[in-house]
Write a protein that binds this ligand. Structure first.
Ligand code: CP
Length: 311
């Protein structure tokens, strides 16, 4: 595997999940695979889980790790060709990507959507800029439109917890005071397309995700109905896609409660706003999988890095 940019780069989800679960049993099994190799983790946005779990995964494989908060500490990058750079940008992605490639054998990048301009976000200028000009593999640590490391960790968590041949899995929108990107929800939907499950997406009208991504999925606008008899309920806020980046409502009736969760297991990628997105009683209850999801981020990253190092 040359790059890990989206869920589409997973050639067999079942095999990857199986291998990740093996790694979880013995994380240092391949502790020399990455010796003498360096990964650069470039953050244009904040992180807790992605930063630490990807670093931990690389260390488990014997890699050296360089971390840079590129967004706040690096030069402001220019992405357009032929620009007269007499305004705010100081360095072109062409040089930056080539230079970082000299220091690193793998480059991992976090660069969120700006949520102002759909076309610009979907062009993925940071991720694709590094892919175009770097000479080493690129890993997506959450881009404008996808968070494939999170989706892979979620697939591991589902596999560990599922007891049915065809579980009912619900992806539910929840309220949030700020406009959030679609990346986690998009990659979760893409990952669920690869699973044998009764998959339902529920959200208020106006919060439809990119129809190209949700094509074929069941959409139910009644959250309570969607959650009936669910085995897993994955909650996430996202801003409007059609009215791009807007917060259309903050309806507290969509907050996830113990009543709606019922006998299902509760999932969320974290960080989460308590008693806005989900009630304390759900997060603190024994149906919550959120801490194990975060734990599985290490093994998701480790299987991705292992596959790249084995090329
Ligand atoms: N879920 C997730 O990506 O967490 P961080 O934003 O803290 O990395």
């Amino acid at each position: 595997m040359k790059h890990y940019l989206s869920v589409q780069d997973i050639d067999s989800l079942d095999h990857w999940v199986e291998e990740a679960r093996d790694l979880k049993e013995d994380p240092k099994k391949h502790k020399n695979l990455g010796s003498d190799k360096t990964i650069g983790l470039l953050f244009f946005n904040n992180s807790l889980r992605t930063r630490l779990s990807t670093q931990k995964a690389a260390m488990n494989l014997g890699m050296e790790v360089i971390v840079m908060n590129f967004g706040s500490e690096g030069w402001a990058l220019e992405y357009a060709d032929g620009t007269v750079m007499d305004q705010g940008t100081s360095e072109h992605i062409k040089e930056a990507a080539q230079v970082v490639s000299q220091y690193c054998d793998i480059i991992a990048i976090r660069a969120f959507a700006g949520l102002k301009d759909k076309e610009e976000d979907e062009a993925e200028k940071v991720l694709n800029g590094f892919k175009k000009y770097a000479s080493v593999p690129i890993v997506n640590m959450e881009s404008s439109v996808g968070h494939p490391l999170q989706a892979l960790a979620d697939a591991i968590t589902l596999a560990e917890q599922n007891t049915k041949a065809r579980p009912k899995v619900v992806l539910s929108w929840a309220p949030h005071p700020k406009a959030l990107p679609h990346a986690v929800a998009n990659s979760f939907v893409e990952m669920m397309h690869l699973q044998d499950a009764d998959f339902v997406i529920t959200h208020p009208e106006g919060y439809e995700l990119n129809p190209e991504i949700t094509k074929g999925a069941t959409i139910e606008y009644d959250q309570k109905k969607a959650c009936e008899n669910a085995d897993f309920i994955y909650v996430k806020n996202w801003s409007s896609y059609s009215d791009y980046g807007k917060v259309l409502n903050q309806d507290k009736n969509w907050t996830m409660t113990p009543e709606k969760v019922g006998k299902a297991k509760f999932m969320h990628c974290l960080p989460v706003r308590r008693n806005v997105v989900v009630a304390d009683a759900v997060l603190d209850g024994d149906r919550s999988l959120v801490i194990e999801q975060a734990n599985n981020r290490t093994y998701a990253a480790q299987i991705v890095l292992k596959k790249i190092l084995e090329q």
